[in-house]
Design a protein around this ligand. Structure first.
Ligand code: RFL
Ligand code: PHB
Length: 395
C-alpha cells in the first residue's frame, strides 16, 4: 500500500488529523492497534476548549456537538468548605468551554471518516515505523496472519503515551521530562443528573474531587485516591459516600446516586518529549506529552498539535515549503509547556500531598484564598482554563 501520510493511532489526534488532511486533499491511512469498539469504550476527557470545537466545525463534524454539547460559562472551586465561581465568560471576554465527551468526539470523527471512505486499519498487530529518517518512510503491521507494508511520505505518531512511535526513536535523539504524582483519579460514570449545572473542582482535607458530567442525565465524578488502591475494592456505595464527604453540605444533600456504569483509576503524570519531530515522523497528542487531567487540557492539546501538523504538511505539498514541518516542534512545544504549567499548578494546589506535611495544606489554602479574592487571580485561572488561541505566540 502507498499513501502520503501514515497515521499511527485512531484516538482523537489520529482521527482529527486524518480529517484535516482529507479536507486538504491529502491521502492518509490510519493504523490502530485496537478495535473501533475498544477505542470508543475508553471514558476519558469531557471538556473541550473553543479551539477544539472550532476544529471540529472546520472539518465538518460539529453538528451533533452543537446540538448535544453543553456550553459552560463558568465552574466552581470548592475549598475550605465554601464554593466560589470562576466566571469564565466575564473574566475572558465571553469565552466558554463545551462539555462533550471524548467518546462522542471520537464517534463523530470515526463516522465522518467512514463516510468519506478513507482507510482505517483496526486490530493491526506489531506495528513498526521504519526509515523515517529518509524520504521514504515505511510502516509495517500484521493482520490476519499476514505482514503488510505501507509506503508513505510522512508518519504521524498519534499513538498515545504507550505507543510505538516515541519508543522507536533512539534514546540519544530525544529528551523526556517527567513528573509522576503520588496519587491517581478514580473516575465513575453514572446515569444520574449532575449534582450541579457546572463543574465543581474540590479541594478537601480528604483529597481532591471533581464533579463533572456528560449530559443533563449523566454524571462523571472523580476522587483522588492513593496509587495503591484497586478499582475492584471501590463499591458504588463507597464511592458515593466518599464523594459526599468531600462536598459542601448543600451539594452533598443534592447528590443523586445510582449504579456506576464504569469505574477506573488513572495515574497522574506531567510528561513532555523534546523534540516532536524526527526526520519525517512527528509525534502529536499523548504520544508527545501528558498533562494531569486537572486542567482538562490533554485532548485540547492533541487537537491543536494536529492542526499545526496538518497545516505544516499541507504547506509541504501545496507550496513545496518545509518551513512548517521544520517549525512544528517549536510551535507545539510553546503551547504544550504553557498547558503543562497550568495543569501542574492546578493539580498542585487542589490535591492532598500528605507526605509534604500540614504546612503545605495551609499554604495551598492561603494561595486559593488569595487568588479567589483577587480579580487578577480569578482571571489567571479563567484565561488558562479556556485555553490559548491557536495563533498563540505569533505576532
Ligand atoms: P489516545 O487517545 O491515547 O489514542 C492513541 C491511540 O493509539 C493507539 N495505539 C496504537 N496504534 C497502533 N500501533 C500501536 N503500537 C499503538 N499504540 C497505541 C491506541 O490504541 C489509541 O487508540 O491519544 P490521543 O489521540 O493523542 O488523545 C489524547 C487524549 O486521549 C487525552 O489527552 C485525554 O483523554 C486527556 N484527558 C482530558 N483531556 C482534555 O482535554 N479534557 C479533559 O477533560 C480530560 N479529561 C483525560 C481526562 C484523560 C484521562 N485519563 C484516563 C488519562 C480525564 C481522564 C481520566
Ligand atoms: C471529565 O468530565 O472527564 C473531566 C472534566 C474536567 C477535567 C477532567 C475530566 O478537568
Amino acid at each position: 500500500m502507498r499513501t502520503q501520510v501514515a497515521i499511527i493511532g485512531a484516538g482523537p489526534s489520529g482521527l482529527l488529523l486524518g480529517q484535516l488532511l482529507h479536507k486538504a486533499g491529502i491521502d492518509n491511512i490510519i493504523v490502530e492497534r485496537q478495535s473501533g469498539d475498544y477505542v470508543l469504550g475508553r471514558i476519558r476527557a469531557g471538556v473541550l476548549e473553543q479551539v477544539t470545537t472550532d476544529l471540529m466545525l472546520e472539518v465538518g463534524v460539529g453538528e451533533r456537538m452543537l446540538k448535544e454539547g453543553l456550553p459552560h460559562g463558568g465552574f466552581d472551586m470548592l475549598f475550605d468548605g465554601a464554593r466560589h465561581r470562576i466566571d469564565l465568560e466575564a473574566l475572558t471576554g465571553g469565552k466558554r468551554v463545551t462539555v462533550y465527551g471524548q467518546t462522542e468526539v471520537t464517534r463523530d470523527l470515526m463516522e465522518a471518516r467512514e463516510k468519506v471512505g478513507r482507510t482505517t486499519v483496526y486490530e493491526a498487530a506489531n506495528v513498526q515505523v521504519l526509515d523515517y529518517d529518509t524520504a521514504k518512510p515505511r510502516v509495517t503491521y500484521e493482520k490476519d496472519g499476514q505482514t503488510h507494508t505501507i509506503e508513505c511520505d510522512f508518519i504521524a505518531g498519534c499513538d498515545g503515551f504507550h505507543g510505538v512511535c516515541r519508543a522507536s526513536v533512539p534514546r540519544g535523539a530525544i529528551r523526556e521530562f517527567e513528573k509522576v504524582y503520588p496519587f491517581g483519579w478514580l473516575g465513575m460514570l453514572a446515569d444520574t443528573p449532575p449534582v450541579h449545572h457546572e463543574l465543581i473542582y474540590v479541594r478537601s482535607e480528604r483529597g481532591f474531587a471533581l464533579c463533572s458530567q456528560r449530559s443533563h442525565t449523566r454524571s462523571r465524578y472523580y476522587l483522588q485516591v492513593p496509587l495503591t488502591d484497586k478499582v475492584e475494592a471501590w463499591s458504588d456505595d463507597a464511592f458515593w459516600n466518599e464523594l459526599r464527604l468531600r462536598l459542601d453540605p448543600e451539594a452533598a444533600a443534592r447528590l443523586v446516586t445510582g449504579p456506576g456504569l464504569e469505574k477506573s483509576i488513572a495515574p497522574l503524570r506531567s510528561f513532555v518529549t523534546e523534540p516532536l519531530r524526527f526526520g519525517r515522523m512527528f509525534l502529536a497528542g499523548d504520544a508527545g506529552h501528558i498533562v494531569p487531567p486537572t486542567g482538562a487540557k490533554g485532548l485540547n492539546l492533541a487537537a491543536t498539535d494536529v492542526k499545526y501538523l496538518s497545516t505544516a504538511i499541507t504547506e509541504f505539498y501545496q507550496e513545496r515549503s518545509e518551513a512548517g514541518i521544520d517549525g512544528y516542534s517549536e510551535r507545539c512545544l510553546k503551547r504544550i509547556w504553557r498547558a503543562e504549567r497550568f495543569s501542574w499548578w492546578f493539580t498542585g494546589i487542589m490535591h492532598n500531598f500528605p507526605e509534604d506535611g500540614p504546612i503545605v495544606a495551609k499554604l495551598q489554602q492561603a494561595e486559593l484564598d488569595y487568588l479567589i479574592h483577587s480579580e487578577h487571580g480569578r482571571r489567571t485561572i479563567a484565561e488558562n482554563y479556556v485555553g490559548l488561541p491557536l495563533n498563540f505566540g505569533e505576532s
